[in-house]
Design a protein around this ligand. Structure first.
Ligand code: SF4
Ligand code: SF4
Length: 147
């Protein structure tokens, strides 16, 4: 259970999303960011599921964890949000939320913005947004607006 959550979470079924098998770099299998994983059978799933890297085994986006609404599924809304623990020098550790654009300009779309706003509100966290082209921080989303 995510300790920052302000609602009771129910894990969701990924269905045919598969976006985390495309968006992220995975060093262990030399998978580059924003390329289909060599083990991905699009629309079907992982062809080496039993031997998938530990990063794959551990990964759950915020939608899969139960944040947001059903229509906020990454493949539908165009934004994939993950969290990770950050160790801050003076403030101990805290959860950081990072949103990646799946489709160009998804951050500007009504669905993408709504999905980020819901996660931000439900986690009471600021979301760091990584843009489509070069994966750099472009902005922060907090509550119902981009700041
Ligand atoms: S991005 Fe989330 S919903 Fe989509 S396949 Fe990965 S964990 Fe499942
Ligand atoms: S190894 Fe399997 S689970 Fe991991 S990214 Fe590739 S297709 Fe997805």
């Amino acid at each position: 259970m995510d300790k920052t959550a302000t609602k009771t979470l129910t894990t969701r079924d990924c269905r045919d999303c598969q976006q985390c098998c495309i968006i992220y770099e995975i060093e262990g299998i030399k998978k580059k960011a924003r390329e289909n994983c060599p083990f991905l059978n699009p629309g079907v799933g992982c062809t080496d599921y039993g031997h998938r890297p530990v990063d794959c085994k551990k990964f759950e986006c915020t939608w899969k964890k139960g944040f947001g609404n059903d229509e906020d599924n990454p493949k539908i809304c165009g934004v994939l949000i993950m969290n990770r623990q950050s160790n801050l020098m003076h403030n101990g550790s805290r959860m950081t939320y990072i949103a990646s654009e799946i489709y160009e300009d998804a951050f500007k779309s009504e669905n993408g913005l709504a999905a980020m706003a819901r996660v931000s509100e439900e986690t009471n966290s600021t979301i760091i947004m990584m843009d489509y082209d070069n994966q750099k921080i472009i902005s922060l989303c907090k509550g119902d607006g981009v700041v």
